[in-house]
Design a protein around this ligand. Sequence first.
Ligand code: IMP
Length: 211
Amino acid sequence: MTALLLATTNLHKVKDIHAILGNQFECLTLKDFPQAPAVIEDANTFAGNAAKKSVELARWLLRSSVRLPGFVLADDSGLEVDALNGAPGVHSARFAALERGQIGNSSSAENNAKLLRLLENVPVAKRKARFRCVLALTPIPRLQTELFDDVCEGRIGIELRGHGGFGYDPLFIPEGYELTFGELGEEVKNRLSHRAKALQKLKERLALIGP
Ligand code: IMP
C-alpha cells in the first residue's frame, strides 16, 4: 500500500484528506514524526507554500528518518474573495492576525468576523468567492514535486451558519446550493470541495505512477 506523509498540522485537513482518499493509501501524519521541523510558509502563492512544505519535509526525511514513506503530500489552501481583490488568499489562516501585526494564525472565529466586517455593505450579488487548494506531491527519494490544484466556486453568506467543517466553512455557500459548507456536512463537502477535486487529480496520477 502506498504510504503518504501528510505535511500539515491542521487536523481538519488531515480528516478531509483521509476521508477523500479512503483506505487505498496509508496516511501518515506529523504525529508519526514528532521531530519534523516546522516549515515557514512565506511564499506569496499557494503553489509556492505547498511545494516548500512538501520538499522541505521530504529532504528532512531523507536526512534523518529510518521510516521513509513513498511520498510527502502538502496542502496549501485558502479563500479568495472577489470584492476584496482575492484576499484573504495565502493569508487565510492568519487573516485577522495580519492587521494586528501578530505572528501566527488567528482563530476561525476572528477570521470569519473580520471577513463579515469587510463585506458588511457588499450585496449578495457581489459576494463571489472561491476556495483554492494546491497539493504538492514529492516522491521519495526522487524529490520531483508535482502540483495538483482546483477550486470550489461559491459566495460568502451574510452570517455564520452551521457547525460542520472548519475555517471559513460556516460562511461559504458553494455554487448551486443555498446552504454553507458548515450546514451541508462532511459528506457533501468532500464531494464538492477544492480539496476533493485536487485530490481526485492526484489519485489519478498516483494510479499511473504506482507505489
Ligand atoms: P494553510 O494551512 O496555510 O493552507 O491555511 C489554510 C487556511 O485556509 C485555513 O486555516 C482556513 O482558514 C482556510 N481553509 C482552507 N481550506 C478550507 C476549507 O476546506 N474550509 C474552510 N476553510 C479552509
